[in-house]
Design a protein around this ligand. Structure first.
Ligand SMILES: [Zn+2]
Ligand SMILES: [Zn+2]
Length: 873
C-alpha cells in the first residue's frame, strides 16, 4: 500500500547520531509508506542503487538528498562507509562496491545488530554495525548478532521493499519456508529486536576492547595512519589467538579463559585455513589482542608469549630461527616484529641476536644495505676498543681460557652484523676489518670467554654500539689507518727516543726494542695488536704484552706524540684514539669492569705497589688483561722494575731525572757545549750519563763537535808544572782546568796520564778552596772539610770559638744564641776533619793540639779567601 507518490517530502525525518544511510532512508521510506526505490525516485535519484549509495555518495546523490531533506552533505557522507575506507573497509576505487577489508573477512552486505537498539530506535541502527570491527553494543552491554535467529542469515533489517514487512526491525530476507522461485514469496519477517543477545559484564574485557576500536575508527584524518597500524596489529594478534585456542588452549594464561567465558564460553568456530568472522570471534580475538597489545593487564606478556607459541605450533620453521618467526608479523608493521624479536631473544643464536638487535632495548628488523655496513666497518678498529673490551671481557681467572686478541677481533666482527643483509654474515664481515681467523675469533667469544657467562649483555651492547655508530659516526676512519700504517710505513724518531733514554737513564736497546716501539706505535694508530714482525725473536709477543703494562709514562707519552706525528705526516686530521661514550648503551650489566668506575689516581697507586700484572688484576677483581687494557686506555703503567722488556726501568731518582732533562734539553746542551765550552765528559758527568749519549744528542741537534784533543798542538800555557800545581796541589777539577784553558777534558786527562800525574777517580767532590792561590797543599783534614759549598762559613765559625767561656756563651756572642745549631756546625767540621778541634773541657774553650794546627791553616785559608772574595762571589 503506497500513500505517498513523490513530489516534495511531506514529512521531515532527521538521522539519528551515527545512523547508517540505509537505516535512515529505509525509515524515511517506511514513514512515507513507500519503498526505498520509490523514495529515491521521488527525490530525483531514479535508478540510484541503495547498496552503492551506502558505500559512497556521488556528488549528484549527495546534492539531491540534501535538497530533499535539508541534511548537510557532510553529514550524509558520514552516514556512508566512505570515512572507513582503507581503515575498516576497502572500497573499490572505481566502482562503488566493497572489497576484502584490511582486517577480518566480512562480506560486503552484512550488518550486525543489537536487538535492544533495534527495539528502542524503531529498527534503525548505526553505520558502525556494518564494520567488521563491530562486535559489542556499548549502550546495552551486549554482544552484537550476525544472523537472524529464525533463518540464520544476515538479516538486512533496514531494507524497505515493496514486498517487505511494514514494521521495522525485522528480517527482510526471503523466507526459506516456501518455494523460492515462485513470485509472491514471503520474507522471513522474524522480529530481530527479540533475538537473544549475550550480555557483557561492565567491568569485563570485551567492552574496553570495543571502546578502543571505536576511538581508533573515529579519529581525525591525521590520526588514521597510527589507527590503521594499531588495527593491523590487533588483527594480527587476534587471528593467532583464535588459531591458538584450537591448538594450545590448555597452556593459555588465565586471561584467555576469562575472555572466553565473557563471550559465552564457547570456542570460536574455525575453518581449516581461516578464522571465523562473526561477532563472537571478532569479540574474542580483538579482546585478547587488546590485552596483549596494551600494557596494564597482569597477563599482558604471558598472553603475548602464548600467542607466539600458538603461532609457532602452526609452523614448520625451526624454533631457533627467530628471524623467520618474527618475519611472520611483518604484515602488521614493525612494532610486533620488534616485540617478537625481543621475546624470542633468549632462544636465538648470538648471530641472530646481533643481526636483529633482539637483546637490545630496541630490536629491529634488519634493513641495512651492504654499503652501510662497509661504512660502519671504517669506524671500527679490528679489535674492539680497550674500554669496551674491559666492560665485556668476563672476569676470568683461568688464564688458559684467555684468548683476548681473538675475543676482541670477534667482537669487532660481530659489530658489523646488526641490521645487515643476510649475505654479510659473520664469515664475510671479518675481511672488512682485516680479520681472517674467523673461527678462532668466534670460538673465543662464544665458547671460551663466555662459556659460563650470559651472552645477553654482549649481544645488547654490540647491537646498540653498531646502530649508534651508524647514527652518530665516529671521528676516526680506521679503514684508512689499516691501509696506511704497517710495520713498513710507520715511522719512529730514533734519535728522539735516544734522547728520551738519556734523560731517564734507560738503555735504549737494540733492534728488538725498536721493533717493540714500532709495534706499540702501530697499536696506537690502528687500535690493533699486530703479530710480531718477521724475524722477531720468540720473546717478542710476550714482551709486547709486558710492554703494555710496564712502559713508563714518559715513554708512553713519547710514543703517543710519535703516533700523532705519523698522523700529521699523512695529513690525517683525527684524534689519535677515541671510544664510543658510555651513554650510547643502556640497560646492560657488563660482566667486566667499567673503566669510568675506576679512578686513574687510585689505579696508579695500586700499580706502584704490585709486582705483577696478575696481582693488580686480583686487586681490582678482574683479570690481568683488564689491567693491560686500562693501561692502554689511561696511559698509565706500573712503576715496579722488570727485566721483561729490557732495562727500561727507571733507576734514577726523580730529582736526577729532572736535572738531566734540564741539562740534555736541546738549547741547554747547545749552550753548555758551544757557549760555555764544556767538554762532552763534563756534560755527561753533570747529567750522570755516558759521554756517548751526549755526543749522539749533539750530533742529533747538529751542533758541530770540537776537534779531538789529540789533534791539538802543544801549548805553552799547559805544562806539567802548571797541571801539577793546579790539579794535584790545589786539587782543582780537571773539568774546571780544561774549561779555563779551553781544551777538552779528555785532552787534559790524557796529558796528565802521560805526565804520570795521579788522576783522581771522581771529580764529583766539591772543592771550596780550589780557586785560592794557597802557598802549599791543604792538609787532608782541610781538604775533607772544604769539600762542601758551605765550608768557608763553617771555618769562619770555628775559628772564633776559642776564648769563649762555653759553647753556649759563644752561641750568644757569635751565633744569635742558637746553641744547638752551633754545636752541630762544629761537630760537622770535626767529623769531616776526623778529629776533635775544640776541647770542650777547658775554661775558656781552647783548641786541641791537632785543632790548633787546623785552626791556623783555616785562618790562612780565610785570609786568602777574603782577599779574593769578589772573584768567588
Ligand atoms: Zn544496543
Ligand atoms: Zn530471517
Amino acid at each position: 500500500m503506497m500513500t505517498w507518490r513523490g513530489g516534495s517530502l511531506p514529512i521531515s525525518l532527521m538521522p539519528l547520531p551515527g545512523e547508517a544511510l540505509q537505516s535512515w532512508i529505509g525509515a524515511y521510506a517506511r514513514r512515507l509508506h513507500a519503498t526505498n526505490s520509490a523514495f529515491l525516485d521521488a527525490i530525483g535519484l531514479a535508478g540510484a542503487r541503495m547498496t552503492q549509495m551506502a558505500v559512497r555518495l556521488t556528488a549528484a546523490e549527495a546534492d539531491a538528498l540534501h535538497r530533499a531533506t535539508g541534511v548537510p552533505q557532510q553529514a550524509l557522507r558520514a552516514m556512508t562507509l566512505e570515512p572507513y575506507d582503507g581503515l575498516a573497509v576497502t572500497i573499490h576505487p572505481d566502482r562503488r562496491r566493497l572489497m576484502r577489508p584490511p582486517a577480518w573477512r566480512f562480506s560486503a552486505a552484512r550488518t550486525r545488530y543489537c536487538p535492544a537498539c533495534l527495539a528502542e530506535n524503531t529498527g534503525r541502527g548505526p553505520v558502525f554495525w556494518r564494520l567488521p570491527w563491530a562486535f559489542a553494543c556499548l549502550t546495552h552491554r551486549a554482544l552484537l548478532l550476525d544472523f537472524c535467529p529464525n533463518c540464520h542469515r544476515a538479516p538486512h533489517p533496514w531494507t524497505a521493499r515493496r514486498l517487505g514487512p511494514r514494521v521495522a526491525g525485522v528480517c527482510t530476507r526471503d523466507s526459506l519456508a516456501g518455494p523460492q522461485d515462485r513470485p509472491g514469496r514471503r520474507p522471513c519477517g522474524a522480529d530481530l529486536s527479540q533475538a537473544p543477545a549475550l550480555k557483557l559484564p561492565e567491568a569485563g574485557l570485551v567492552l574496553p576492547a570495543q571502546q578502543r576500536i571505536l576511538s581508533l575508527l573515529a579519529g581525525d584524518a591525521y590520526a588514521r595512519p597510527t589507527a590503521l597500524a594499531e588495527l593491523k596489529q590487533l588483527y594480527a594478534l587476534a587471528w593467532r589467538v583464535l588459531r591458538g585456542l584450537h591448538t594450545l588452549a590448555d597452556q593459555a594464561p588465565d586471561v584467555v579463559r576469562a575472555a572466553l567465558i565473557e563471550c559465552g564460553g564457547v570456542l570460536p568456530h574455525l575453518t581449516d585455513k581461516d578464522v571465523g568472522h562473526d561477532a563472537h570471534n571478532a569479540a574474542l580475538g580483538t579482546t585478547l589482542a587488546h590485552v596483549a597489545l596494551h600494557p596494564g593487564h597482569r597477563d599482558h606478556d604471558a598472553l603475548f608469549d602464548w600467542i607466539l607459541e600458538a603461532d609457532q605450533s602452526l609452523q614448520q620453521t625451526p624454533r631457533a630461527n627467530i628471524g623467520k618467526r618474527a618475519g611472520r608479523w611483518s604484515w602488521s608493521g614493525p612494532a610486533l616484529v620488534e616485540r617478537t624479536l625481543a621475546r624470542l631473544d633468549s632462544q636465538a643464536t648470538l648471530h641472530a641476536r646481533l643481526r636483529y638487535a633482539s637483546a637490545s632495548p630496541r630490536p629491529r628488523w634488519p634493513t641495512l644495505q651492504a654499503d652501510t655496513i662497509i661504512q660502519r666497518a671504517a669506524f671500527i678498529p679490528s679489535m674492539l676498543w680497550p674500554g669496551w673490551t674491559m666492560r665485556l671481557l668476563p672476569r676470568l681467572k683461568d688464564r688458559a681460557k684467555l684468548r683476548v686478541g681473538a675475543f676482541r677481533r670477534g667482537c669487532s666482527s660481530f659489530l658489523l652484523l646488526p641490521g645487515g643483509p643476510p649475505e654479510l654474515n659473520f664469515e664475510r664481515v671479518g675481511p672488512l676489518l682485516d680479520n681472517g681467523q674467523i673461527h678462532t675469533d668466534r670460538d673465543s667469544v662464544e665458547r671460551r670467554l663466555y662459556c659460563d657467562t650470559d651472552l645477553t649483555p654482549l649481544a645488547s651492547t654490540l647491537a646498540q654500539l653498531a646502530y649508534a655508530l651508524d647514527a652518530n659516526g665516529a671521528p676516526i676512519d680506521y679503514a684508512r689507518r689499516r691501509a696506511t700504517f704497517t710495520y713498513a710505513s710507520v715511522s719512529l724518531d730514533h734519535s728522539g727516543y735516544k734522547r728520551l733514554c738519556a734523560q731517564h737513564g734507560w738503555r735504549s736497546g737494540q733492534g728488538h726494542r725498536a721493533a717493540l716501539l714500532q709495534w706499540y706505535l702501530l697499536m696506537l694508530l690502528t687500535g690493533e695488536i699486530h703479530p710480531p714482525p718477521s724475524g722477531a725473536n720468540t720473546r717478542f709477543a710476550f714482551n709486547c704484552t709486558e710492554f703494555r703494562f710496564r712502559a713508563p709514562p714518559a715513554l708512553r707519552a713519547f710514543l703517543r706524540q710519535q703516533a700523532e706525528d705519523n698522523l700529521a705526516r699523512h695529513s690525517i686530521d683525527e684524534p689519535l684514539t677515541w671510544e664510543p661514550p658510555n651513554s650510547w648503551v643502556t640497560g646492560a650489566t657488563w660482566p667486566g669492569i667499567t673503566p669510568t668506575s675506576l679512578a686513574p689516581g687510585a689505579v696508579r697507586d695500586l700499580l706502584s705497589t704490585v709486582t705483577s700484572v696478575h696481582e693488580a688484576g686480583n686487586a681490582l677483581g678482574g683479570s690481568a688483561e683488564h689491567i693491560r687494557l686500562y693501561c692502554d686506555l689511561a696511559d698509565i703503567s706500573t712503576t715496579t722494575p722488570s727485566n721483561a722488556i729490557g732495562n727500561l726501568s727507571n733507576q734514577l731518582t726523580p730529582e736526577t731525572v729532572e736535572v738531566r732533562q734540564g741539562i740534555l734539553a736541546p738549547e741547554e746542551l747547545r749552550d753548555l757545549y758551544e757557549n760555555q765550552r764544556l767538554e762532552l765528559t763534563h756534560i755527561a758527568q753533570l747529567a750522570s750519563c755516558n759521554p756517548d749519549t751526549v755526543r749522539a744528542l749533539l750530533a742529533h741537534d747538529e751542533v758541530p763537535l770540537r776537534p779531538r784533543p789529540d789533534r791539538l798542538s802543544p801549548r805553552p800555557d799547559i805544562t806539567r808544572a802548571w797541571l801539577h800545581r793546579e790539579y794535584v796541589e790545589k786539587r782543582r777539577t780537571m773539568a774546571e782546568l780544561a774549561r779555563e784553558r779551553r781544551v777538552s777534558h779528555y785532552h787534559l786527562t790524557t796529558l796528565a796520564r802521560g805526565w804520570d800525574l795521579p788522576i783522581r777517580s771522581t771529580e764529583r767532590r766539591y772543592n771550596a778552596i780550589g780557586h785560592l792561590d794557597l802557598p802549599c797543599t791543604p792538609s787532608p783534614a782541610m781538604q775533607a772539610v772544604t769539600a762542601s759549598p758551605t765550608a768557608l762559613d763553617r771555618l769562619r765559625t770555628i775559628v772564633q770559638i776559642p776564648g769563649h767561656t762555653s759553647l753556649a756563651a759563644a752561641a750568644r756572642a757569635i751565633y744569635d744564641g742558637r746553641d744547638s745549631a752551633l754545636r752541630q756546625r762544629i761537630t760537622k767540621v770535626e767529623k769531616a776533619a776526623g778529629f776533635c778541634i775544640i776541647d770542650r773541657s777547658t775554661r775558656p774553650l781552647a783548641p786541641t793540639p791537632r785543632g790548633h794546627d787546623f785552626l791556623r791553616e783555616a785562618a790562612e785559608v780565610l785570609r786568602l779567601a777574603d782577599q779574593t772574595r769578589p772573584k768567588c762571589q
